[in-house]
Design a protein around this ligand. Structure first.
Ligand code: CIR
Length: 253
């Protein structure tokens, strides 16, 4: 059960965010409208949403999920692997401290972006991506263990972040695509495999028995409807243009 979320309004410079998507530059006004509907969806799921102001100078700063890991016992501020994103933590620290007494920090040369971290109860899977290195993952696991949780590393090579292709939907249900489908550590889950042509939708989010999923992916939607959860589609096309999925637009805790 989640009760709160933190989001950050996209800044004007979001149109210059990092991307490999080849979908063109986002349209800022459209992104703002989509972001507002995303917030509405979080509220519909029962969350109390804190909306942080735009962080001008950091084009990717609306992707708040990458700069902090919020657990039931502590928060961990990351050290993003992308140089242009490292400064995003400065304005996130006070926002996180509003809600947590216990705040830990990933230190260089360790890097972590929390889009690489998937929470399954008290266990956290950490993808070793271009943004999250082993030194950072070891630090993260030691913080998790300090607070009675656990973590393990996942080798990966095809995707930006672990949760680009993987989402835990509670009750042992796991959405997966691409390289994650065959991974040994995920075979114990009831896997819902997402076709390559809808891979973007494998980043969907469970919030209090509602699944937020990007709209425009009918095969995935049909599969999600089989879970019995309520499905809420959200149009995030402008964020997809920056390789951003649904999950990266919020911290949920
Ligand atoms: C980036 O490349 O860092 C941003 N353009 C997108 C970040 C997406 N975050 C995520 O998937 N957790």
């Amino acid at each position: 059960m989640f009760t709160k979320a933190i989001v950050r309004t996209p800044c004007h410079e979001m149109v210059k965010g990092i991307t490999s998507a080849n979908l063109g530059a986002p349209i800022y006004e459209k992104a703002l409208a989509q972001h507002a509907d995303y917030i509405e969806a979080l509220i519909e799921c029962g969350l109390d949403v804190t909306i942080l102001p735009p962080d001008e100078g950091y084009p990717d700063s609306c992707f708040v999920e990458d700069v902090a890991l919020m657990t039931p016992h502590c928060a961990i501020i990351t050290n993003p692997g992308a140089d242009s994103r490292k400064g995003e933590i400065e304005s996130m620290i006070p926002a996180v401290e509003e809600f947590y007494d216990k705040v830990e920090f990933i230190e260089a040369p360790g890097t972590v972006e929390a889009g690489d971290i998937m929470m399954v109860g008290d266990h956290f899977y950490i993808g070793l991506s271009d943004r999250t290195n082993e030194i950072g993952a070891v630090q993260m696991i030691s913080y998790l263990e300090k607070y009675g949780m656990s973590g393990s590393m996942v080798e990966m090579s095809e995707m930006l972040h672990l949760k680009t292709g993987l989402s835990y939907l509670e009750n042992n249900k796991l959405l997966a695509t691409g390289e994650f489908v065959a991974k040994e550590e995920f075979q114990k889950f009831d896997m819902i495999e997402i076709d390559n042509d809808e891979a973007y939708a494998s980043n969907s989010v469970w919030i209090n028995d509602t699944i937020l999923t990007p709209n425009g992916f009918p095969k995935t939607k049909a599969k999600l409807e089989q879970t019995g959860y309520k499905i809420r589609e959200v149009d995030v096309s402008e964020f997809q243009k920056l390789d951003g999925g649904l999950s990266c637009l919020s911290l949920r805790f």
